[in-house]
Design a binder for this molecule. Sequence first.
Ligand SMILES: [Cu+2]
Length: 112
Amino acid sequence: MRSLVRDTAVAALVFLMFSTPPLLQGATVEYDLTIARQAVNITGKAAEGMTINGASPGPTLRFREGDLALIRVCNRMDEDTSIHWHGILVPPGMDGVPYLSFPPIRPGEAFQ
Ligand SMILES: [Cu+2]
């Protein structure tokens, strides 16, 4: 009887080990992005353009699988805007398609 209990417990443990996906726990990676309209010079001729953190294109955001991304986007322009995370699986209310899946970021406001 004792052997049956032990064997059952071992079988249950093995089942749990192989039936649950590995838990990916990464770091919380935070970025602050500020969208603004300012002078840019990409082609050798100065012009006004949209920048992210003062540059165009904006910074490269780096994550590892399992990380939790915490991104704050601040709109310093005088019109609505957003950042669309095209091709990246994010919750629908955070994918940055204004008027479709979430309201745009109003001038002077931020979204996190
Ligand atoms: Cu898209």
